[in-house]
Design a protein around this ligand. Structure first.
Ligand SMILES: [Zn+2]
Length: 334
């Protein structure tokens, strides 16, 4: 197995300095490292997992139902889901209908909420199980990545990428492709973990959204805006506070305290707080639940204060538009 050492995925500079050494080991025995590009400041994971590791990381068990589906009570689930979908629709700047593509659409819950508002909905998703669920909601889903998808140019009014860009080995090409298939006045919405948040600075490798080795880039609002600008987009709206970010604060805190035993690196279930919880012993579960009741309100208060003081939360959402409607010769061939 070989790991891929790479240049900066945003500006292609080869010079990068070490930022953080993680405890996660790659297949060839080296520890994964977060480095930062000395030219554009983007933080990224080096090396990348080998193809064999990626196969394990994104195996059948990677796709997990959204937290809203993990709740047992229908009325709670429906309330959480409405809040969640409503918050995401807020990034569409009040647009009410058109053609929407969700890249990495999962089981299509977000697209389903658009479809019920008369949108024409399309999804891309690598998990066969998730594709089947999305299709059962009447959504057009293809099991292919964005770069290899075959949509006509100027086709979509909206392209959304919720927690996708940090997973891609070539995020710039994906953004160029998004630009090509968007209408001139189309919107691109990107949401990623925000590595400029206070929790990351406090907890470092224990910050859950660091997501090594699944996450290949660790954007800040500034480095995300910068790669978007390189791809020909200008940011028109930035959302810092998200209703459910406190769950990420809470899981990072639990991770730091080592309340739940973490799984092996190669086990996809290790990615999720819910998977860790389901596999923990009864005593740990009880302790975790008691801490949760005590600490969740504290996490919510912490995040509110953090956003007010620093402008950063656990995640950031940017809504962008094309700088110009022209598709360049290089984009036509991508
Ligand atoms: Zn760079």
């Amino acid at each position: 197995m070989t790991n891929h050492i790479r240049n900066c995925p945003a500006c292609v500079a080869s010079r990068a300095e070490s930022f953080l050494l993680t405890s996660q080991q790659s297949a060839n025995g080296n520890l994964y490292r977060v480095v930062f590009c000395t030219q554009c400041n983007l933080k990224y994971t080096n090396p990348l997992p080998s193809d064999e590791e990626l196969g394990l990381l994104y195996g059948e068990e990677f796709y997990q139902k959204p937290a809203s589906q993990a709740l047992s009570f229908d009325y709670v689930r429906s309330f959480v889901y409405r809040l969640w979908a409503g918050q995401r629709r807020g990034a569409l700047l009040g647009r009410t209908a058109g053609k929407a593509l969700d890249v990495g659409c999962g089981d299509g819950e977000f697209l389903a909420s658009l479809k019920s508002n008369q949108w024409d909905t399309y999804g891309l998703e690598f998990s066969a199980a998730a594709c089947a669920l999305a299709r059962s909601k009447g959504i057009n889903v293809e099991q292919v990545d964005l770069i290899n998808s075959d949509f006509p140019s100027y086709f979509f009014d909206v392209v959304t990428m919720w927690h996708v860009l940090e997973h891609l080995s070539d995020p710039l090409s994906a953004l160029h492709k998004a630009k090509k298939i968007l209408k001139d006045d189309g919107l691109l919405v990107i949401e990623v973990p925000n590595s400029d948040c206070l929790t990351f600075h406090l907890f470092k490798t224990h910050w859950t959204p660091l997501g090594i080795p699944w996450h290949f880039q660790h954007f800040t609002p500034k480095t995300l805006s910068s790669i978007l600008s390189t791809a020909g987009f200008t940011v028109t709206r930035r959302q810092n506070f998200h209703l459910f970010d406190f769950v990420l604060t809470f899981s990072s805190l639990m991770n730091w305290l080592d309340i739940l035993k973490r799984q092996e690196t190669s086990n996809p279930n290790g990615h999720s707080l819910f998977a860790d919880f389901s596999q923990a012993g009864n005593t740990r579960k009880l302790f975790f639940m008691a801490l949760g009741i005590a600490l969740l309100p504290v996490c919510l208060l912490y995040l509110t204060i953090t956003v007010l003081l620093t402008g950063n939360s656990e995640t950031v959402t940017l809504t962008c538009q094309k700088v110009s409607g022209e598709i360049t010769e290089s984009e036509k061939t991508r």
